[in-house]
Design a protein around this ligand. Structure first.
Ligand SMILES: *Cc1c(COP(=O)(O)O)cnc(C)c1O
Length: 380
């Protein structure tokens, strides 16, 4: 079947074009100010981003990984500690735990929500466990009520990798999705994207927020008074100024993602082989990604790509099977759900500016590819 025009997996151009004059103006403002680090734009962005999340403090940093790492440090996680992480996540979640000298302890996802299976957390807790680092995968919130209860019972911090969940709500609340603190990424393709690298930690714990402010800037309190062994993880004024423009447009952009997700959900109601990410009633996803699981994923992916449809896999190699973690002393537990999902997940295009008719064409092509494979199986 010939495809009319290729549909890319991601295209940042339409949204940037809409905001272009505001972005130009923001960049001009920074150039005119002559201040490029730790200035007014960052301070204002931090206030606005804290407010957006219904929290008291936000600290802008250089990337999502820096946000995760400094968040863990500020909550006292370090050498010899264990942190419970989802087995199926982007590897950065694990790398942040390793970066502070702690050990990531993987817990399997729930097959349908694809988020950490909270019923399996308690048995992974040891005397060394300091925190749960939850991920709202693809933007879909974890069961925050269950996670809060488990963390309270076991005296653990509830920390969140919110890289994919800018705008996500649980029971209508963004604040509820933050736990004790949450680390955001503003990587260009995230829901709130910078024009380069940036990230932030959001929390109601003002003392720890202040600590992160020191840590991101060489541990410096007042000029040349270094109170902590910090790093350089500052967010540029240019990125902060651009993020302020994009934050003002975020709800609109997220609404577009939601409409596209609803469109896909409608298209797939009759197709049992396409298993959607389950949305529990209190959950409202930011729809960073729209990810389904399908049989024969690799072949289906090739079929769609040959027809000009951009699709992707998040993530083909789970962290415990990556080169970075493969040779862990003592090895990893069996993680069959994680392995199964890595082999069957497929992400479909979803971004502001993608037309509903285009999403429908992707959906139709996926349904057709699956039924043609089935026919092929029966006749071969
Ligand atoms: C993108 C992402 C990160 C890392 O963010 P960077 O800004 O690229 O450092 C961490 N965790 C998850 C789940 C992500 O999707």
């Amino acid at each position: 079947m010939p495809n009319l025009t290729p549909i890319p997996f991601i295209d940042l151009a339409p949204e940037l074009a809409k905001q272009r004059s505001q972005i130009d103006e923001a960049i001009r403002r920074v150039l005119d100010s002559g201040r490029f680090l730790l200035g007014e734009e960052l301070a204002i962005f931090e206030t606005e981003f804290a407010e957006y999340n219904g929290a008291t403090c936000a600290v802008g940093v250089a990337s999502g990984l820096a946000a995760l790492t400094l968040m863990l440090r500020a909550f006292g996680v370090g050498s010899g500690d264990e942190v419970i992480v989802p087995a199926n996540t982007y590897i950065a979640t694990w790398l942040a735990v390793s970066a502070v000298g702690a050990k990531p302890v993987p817990v399997e996802p729930d097959l349908l929500t694809r988020n950490i299976d909270h019923t399996q957390i308690s048995k992974a807790v040891t005397a060394r466990t300091k925190a749960v680092l939850a991920v709202h995968l693809y933007g879909m919130p974890c069961d925050m009520d269950a996670l809060e209860t488990i963390c309270r019972q076991n005296n653990l911090w509830l920390l969140v990798d919110a890289a994919q969940s800018c705008g996500t709500t649980w029971n209508g609340s963004r604040t509820k999705c933050l736990g004790d603190a949450a680390a955001f990424s503003f990587y260009p393709t995230k829901n709130l994207g910078a024009l380069g690298d940036a990230g932030a930690v959001v929390t109601n714990d003002s003392a720890r927020a202040e600590q992160i402010k020191l840590l991101r800037n060489y541990g410096m309190d007042t000029h040349y008074q270094h109170e902590l062994k910090g790093i350089n993880a500052r967010m540029d004024e240019l990125q902060a100024a651009v993020l302020r423009v994009r934050l003002a447009n975020l709800n609109q952009a997220n609404n577009q993602r939601k409409q596209l997700a609803t469109c896909y959900q409608r298209c797939f109601t009759e197709t049992k082989e396409i298993v959607l990410q389950q949305q529990l009633p209190p959950a409202d996803s930011s729809w960073h990604l729209f990810t389904v699981s399908v049989p024969e994923r690799d072949n289906i992916k090739i079929d769609l790509e040959e027809q000009g449809f951009g699709v992707a896999v998040h993530y083909p190699v789970p962290p415990h099977r990556s080169g970075a973690y493969r040779n862990e002393p003592g090895g990893w537990p069996e993680l069959p759900v994680t392995d199964f999902l890595a082999g069957s997940l497929l992400s479909l295009p979803i971004y502001p500016g993608l037309k509903k008719q285009h999403a429908e064409r992707v959906a139709t092509a996926l349904i057709r590819a699956l039924s043609e494979r089935k026919t092929h199986e029966r006749t071969s």
